[in-house]
Design a binder for this molecule. Structure first.
Ligand SMILES: [Zn+2]
Length: 440
């Protein structure tokens, strides 16, 4: 048939393009943004260049002529791709009332649009169903997905499973974690409602056997296992206490002070994570705790169907809450990038070092009148809110809210088709034969 997709005036010899690309030093250049890279102590206007999916250069000025594609980030903040180490993304099994099912969301639904490039699932699966989770979600997501493995073999399938001490076995959990080293980044204990220390001890035993941290959602408060003992005796340095500002486990004492166990635990090296969720973040806890200097080590969402439309909403909303609490933007970015990357032992992530995977968030800091609600529906007003303009994952644009990486349509030829380039574009990556001259 005589159908030709490429207009005649674009039939420029292919060697012209391939020649030009072969000479390009960079695939993508983000120019003039305020770079916040806490790992490298950078908070200043910088250009960032990407090549082959990796950060290739960070400097006060890099030439646009060296790049296949240049995007102006002037007036915006350029940070490492956000790392949300507490989400629930084991969706799609069809199981009702289960985090290994209907309570979870698909990772790509909430990640790139919020500047997130890496998530850790917080214990939806255990050793019995991790491989199903992996083939169903991890292997198919565009988002980088890691997992905390539940100490319960059946994972987070509801109280019947989560209170079953007989299904909390350290050896098979540790074996599974070792089989998928790097992918399984920790052991999770969640929602255990019983008394005694057995559940915690099994989780720590598995973590020790596999050489990975334990994250604890401490369930309902029980006088037989006080928070103080958990944080000062039972958990190891590097283990993670999530839901730090819930208040439902005496995170604040009756006279409004941060629980001495949290302060002692922090000195011992226990990590304190936000894990906002649907029922784990109250202003009446967070405001006094932050005023007393108790900042979180990591900011995370605890994303699931019960938090996505309530006070939590998304990662940037939770980060904006900490701006409203008085943390600086640099403080907030540290706790959303480099800190969580370190905590899950993936130090190649959460930074913009040359050679690191090119995961980048381009954020706008809006100023105005904003309201932020907590787990009880109480509001705190704020004047700053983070918006995701663009996200780059493994060197390619995966989200672009306002089309800042795209040409205005009237500048294109009348019969334009996809004008991206697979070197930098994962949204509309035209094959090389369709690239248009002058529209990189
Ligand atoms: Zn959770």
């Amino acid at each position: 048939m005589g159908y030709i997709r490429v207009p005649a005036y674009l039939s420029i010899p292919l060697w012209l393009f391939s020649h030009a690309d072969a000479q390009a030093r960079y695939d993508l250049l983000l120019q003039g943004g305020h770079v916040i890279d806490p790992r490298n102590g950078i908070s200043a206007v910088r250009d960032i260049a990407v090549r082959g999916g990796k950060i290739a250069a960070v400097a006060p000025h890099l030439a646009a002529s060296d790049a296949i594609k240049t995007v102006s980030a002037a007036g915006l903040y350029v940070t490492p791709g956000l790392v949300d180490m507490h989400e629930h993304v084991y969706a799609g099994t069809g199981e009702r009332d289960s985090y290994a099912g209907d309570n979870s969301v698909y990772p790509d639904e909430f990640s790139f649009r919020s500047g997130i490039t890496t998530v850790a699932d917080a214990g939806c699966s255990g050793w019995r169903n991790f491989e199903d989770f992996k083939q169903r979600i991890i292997d198919r997501a565009k988002t980088r997905v890691f997992a905390f493995l539940n100490i319960v073999g059946n994972g987070m399938r509801g109280p019947k499973f989560e209170n079953d001490l007989t299904d909390m076995q350290a050896a098979p959990a540790a074996d599974m974690a070792k089989r998928y080293k790097g992918l399984i980044v920790g052991i999770k204990l969640a929602h255990y409602a019983g008394p005694g220390w057995t559940a915690v001890e099994r989780a720590v035993e598995a973590g020790a056997m596999a050489g990975i941290p334990v994250m604890v959602d401490y369930g309902p408060a029980r006088p037989e296992r006080p928070l103080y003992d958990l944080l000062t005796k039972k958990l190891r340095p590097g283990d993670v206490y999530t839901h730090s500002y819930s208040g439902v486990r005496h995170e604040l004492t009756d006279d409004g002070k941060v629980n001495p166990g949290m302060i002692e635990g922090r000195h011992r090296g226990i990590i304190f994570d936000v894990g906002h969720g649907g029922g784990s973040f109250a202003w009446r806890v967070a405001v006094p705790a932050v005023r007393q200097g108790f900042f979180p080590d990591s900011i995370s969402t605890d994303l699931h169907v019960g938090s996505m439309n309530t006070g939590m909403k998304d990662m940037l909303n939770v980060m904006s809450k900490f701006l409203a609490l008085g943390l600086s933007l640099d403080d907030v970015i540290l706790r959303s990038t480099w800190n969580p990357a370190k905590q899950i032992h993936h130090e190649e992530l959460g930074n913009l070092s040359v050679g690191s995977p090119a995961d980048v968030a381009v954020l706008r800091l809006e100023t105005g009148r904003f309201g932020f609600t907590d787990m009880y529906g109480a509001r705190l007003d704020g004047s700053r809110k983070l918006i995701c303009e663009m996200t780059v994952h493994d060197g390619r644009v995966v989200y672009d809210l306002n089309g800042i990486s795209r040409p205005e349509w009237t500048t294109l030829p009348p019969n334009y088709t996809e004008i991206g380039d697979p070197a930098w574009d994962a949204l509309n990556p035209a094959p090389p034969r369709l690239r248009m001259a002058g529209h990189k």
